[in-house]
Ligand binder design. Structure first.
Ligand SMILES: [Zn+2]
Length: 325
């Protein structure tokens, strides 16, 4: 029997699954916290892979979904502020040398886009924008059935486009990026600021909020919470209207926890798409869908990378995402 291993590396946990060829159901699935006193995340990652490594069977390859920015061609993590020791780290080379099998490393949002396109809400589309809105805003773009990577694999950072030049500081260090005005922490901070300035709300004053709390307050009819989500939806819609002009997709798939706010976010987002689109031709037949794979999206994306992207020659040739499972 032959297998692939998929690894989903995040700032809080590492998950790894052992997948028999021809199925999306893992035979083994393990998760551990990314950080632990006295042990570096890289050692923990290698240990986790070892615990599910198949005995007396053939392992064909390992796919890793990792936070960016990273170089997917060499499998090198450039910086990952939420993972200790992951700066200029040749992750692909280290895992290959450790286990002796082909390894490929991809940007987590890019791989989530692949997963939703192949097995989720994006199935059947040839041109698609995927955007995930949670703690940050990540994205992946499929054009002509291929994942857009760019010269160094750093393309389609759609959350780090400037929408408000004098706006709030983005975690990346720049100001006024979409992520800084519309990701979960931005929604929470905006709401906190309005409460401090005297706006009425059922949310507590002087306490740190989360986008989840704001979403729950909106569901009870809290007008400030509803406005906070409208505000974020507007900026996301404005940015997406610009991306329609650049990529001309058939579908936009939205993932991440913030999209669970539903119509409070999506209604203003649609309005902004219509308001800022260059012409109705960009909107004719455009599908706007929410992601369907949930928490499994990272592992599924890493599995696709391991299985379909020809891990052994990933650095030498363009990605062919058209192969079937
Ligand atoms: Zn940014």
């Amino acid at each position: 029997m032959s297998f692939h291993i998929a690894v989903d590396l995040g700032g809080t946990q590492i998950r790894a699954g052992l997948y028999p060829t021809g199925t999306l159901q893992p035979e083994k699935l393990e998760r551990i916290p990314t950080h632990s006193a006295g042990e570096m995340p890289l050692a923990r990652l290698l240990d986790l892979i070892t615990t599910i490594y198949p005995t007396n069977d053939q392992l064909l390859g390992i796919g890793v979904s990792a936070p960016g920015p990273l170089d997917p061609f060499s499998g090198t993590i450039l910086t990952a502020p939420n993972v200790k020791g992951f700066t200029n780290l040749p992750l692909r080379q280290i895992i290959e040398e450790h286990f002796g099998v082909p390894v490929a490393v991809g940007n987590d949002a890019n791989l989530a886009a692949l997963a939703e396109w192949k097995y989720g809400a994006g199935q059947g589309f040839h041109n698609l924008i995927y955007m995930t809105i949670s703690t940050g805003i990540g994205a992946g773009v499929i054009l002509g059935d291929r994942l857009v990577l760019g010269e160094r694999g750093l393309a389609t950072e759609l959350g780090h486009v400037t929408v408000l030049p004098d706006g709030p500081l983005c975690p990346c260090g720049q100001y006024g990026h979409l992520e800084a005005v519309a990701a979960g922490p931005a929604i929470a901070r905006w709401t906190e600021a309005q409460i401090i300035s005297g706006e009425a709300s059922c949310l507590p004053a002087g306490q740190p909020l989360t986008a989840k709390l704001v979403g729950e307050a909106a569901n009870t009819g809290d007008q400030l919470a509803i406005r906070a989500l409208e505000h974020a939806g507007h900026w996301i819609g404005l940015a997406l209207a610009n991306y329609l002009h650049i990529f001309n997709p058939a579908a936009i798939v939205l993932g991440g926890g913030v999209t669970r706010s539903g119509e409070y976010l999506l209604g203003p987002l649609r309005q902004a798409l219509k308001k800022y689109a260059l012409s109705e031709y960009y909107l004719d037949g455009l599908t706007l869908a929410t992601a369907t794979l949930g928490d499994e999206v990272g592992l599924t994306g890493a599995l696709i990378l391991a299985r379909e992207l020809d891990a052994a020659s990933y650095s030498q040739k363009p990605i062919d995402t058209t192969k079937t499972l």
